[in-house]
Design a protein around this ligand. Sequence first.
Ligand code: ADP
Length: 250
Amino acid sequence: LRNKAEMSSRLAAVGEMAAGIAHEINNPLTGVIGFSELLLEREDLPDDIKANLKIINDGSQRAKEIIKRMLTFARQTTPQMSRVNITELINHTLELRNYVLATANIKIVKDYDATLPWVVADPGQLQQVFLNLIVNAEYAMKKAHDKGILTIKTEKLDGYVRISVKDDGPGMPEGIRKKLFQPFFTTKEPGEGTGLGLSLSLGIIQEHTGTIRAESEEGKGTTFIIELPIASDTDKIAEITPEAEPPRSV
Ligand code: ADP
């Protein structure tokens, strides 16, 4: 299990690497663009210098465009849709973190709806989202009190399923809650977080025509809530891989 946990962390790290590099380049580039623009506004500069500044500005704008595209690419491989048993997917994801959760004294509570229906989704992408939420919860609880309770709840509602990932970590003030899903927003030390986990997760959930939001209370903890539509229309059924097995109950 230790190897599995390491593997999952490494996979996540590789997935975020391109984006991380993009971020590193983006910072100095923003300076180059900003200052070349400032200089271009000056009226006391000779034309030849202005022409050179224009080249600097155009070049850096182009580099910025390339980075933007790279980020979009890092996040979007075409989803491979199939029927997904959410319960199994969550259990599998938890297994990857079992070792780390146990050594951090984090208890896992599974509050599953045994009648949860299939959703049509890309299982790899959904797993990435659950992994992000679990790793974030783990980090928050570890930091707050070196132990904790991670509660994962699934519910069948009218036309959709709801998955809640709840921790009893430190929670967060509104100022942070508002910025959570912004790319590169992080409160972690440099090298510990890229601030991309939640923005990538949001992108994935939106591609699945679902929603993701966070409820948080300072000193009490945080709950991330994902809602995904249940496949019912024939369009979606057509996307299903034929070899999919029927869902098993918990
Ligand atoms: P990263 O984990 O690299 O910082 P994320 O996008 O996954 O990037 O998260 C952004 C920020 O949201 C974190 O730095 C943290 O401040 C906050 N956050 C995310 N999940 C939690 C949580 N469960 N409890 C408290 N804060 C959280």
